[in-house]
Ligand binder design. Structure first.
Ligand code: 5GP
Length: 191
């Protein structure tokens, strides 16, 4: 999506360790026009996929998941991060390693938020090593629902997550696919 690529070049900041900071428009301050356009793009990609629900993880996936849910006319659910195993009630739980905080989180979804009959579109802001995605797929699998596909705003293709899941036959779409980026600010997109 050219609009997102141009915005990454204009306002993205490269941090050491392959982290792209996009807090000025994507996941802290949110450019709501861009958010709506990204949601419309995801909706057009998945309009015929029979999606009944969207699943993301807090916090930075929530905005794009909710916007895409509005565009597709389906509910959006977000998995919650817990630092302890001490969660009560009827939940699905998995463990996700946070790329940006280098920490493991227990992640939960209330069982009644996902149904075995659901066809789930998983959405996140970034796809890097695939830990968040692995955990979200695990939650969907536990519920008996089906994964319709995965849509992310930004895939960092120099990290293995996206290709790992494509190799498993899972549909993965990225609105901007970064082939490479250097600490001095050079970004190349996958065409
Ligand atoms: P993964 O689990 O695929 O390694 O990383 C995906 C998660 O880590 C996303 O939920 C996202 O919030 C965060 N993340 C990964 N890489 C970046 C990055 O370069 N910039 C930002 N802002 N977040 C990232």
């Amino acid at each position: 999506m050219r609009q997102l690529e141009e915005r990454i070049i204009a306002d993205g900041k490269m941090l050491p360790g392959g982290v792209l900071k996009v807090g000025s428009f994507l996941n802290h301050c949110i450019d709501t026009k861009l958010l709506g356009d990204m949601a419309a793009e995801i909706a057009s990609l998945y309009k015929d996929a029979g999606v009944t629900k969207i699943l993301t993880i807090e916090a930075s996936g929530i905005a794009i998941a909710a916007a895409a849910g509005m565009a597709l006319g389906v509910p959006a659910v977000f998995a919650k991060k817990h630092r302890t195993t001490n969660v009560e009630g009827s939940v699905y739980m998995t463990i996700i390693h946070s790329f940006t905080h280098n920490e493991d989180y227990h992640v939960i979804v209330q069982r009644d938020c996902l149904d075995a009959s659901d066809k789930i579109l998983i959405i996140d802001d970034f796809l890097a090593n695939g830990s968040a995605l692995r955990g979200l797929i695990d939650l969907v699998t536990q519920s008996g629902a089906e994964v319709a596909g995965v849509a992310v705003c930004v895939e960092k293709c120099f990290q293995p997550g996206g290709d790992e899941f494509r190799a498993k036959g899972i549909r993965v779409d990225a609105l901007a696919s970064i082939e490479s980026m250097t600490d001095d600010g050079q970004i190349t997109f996958r065409s």
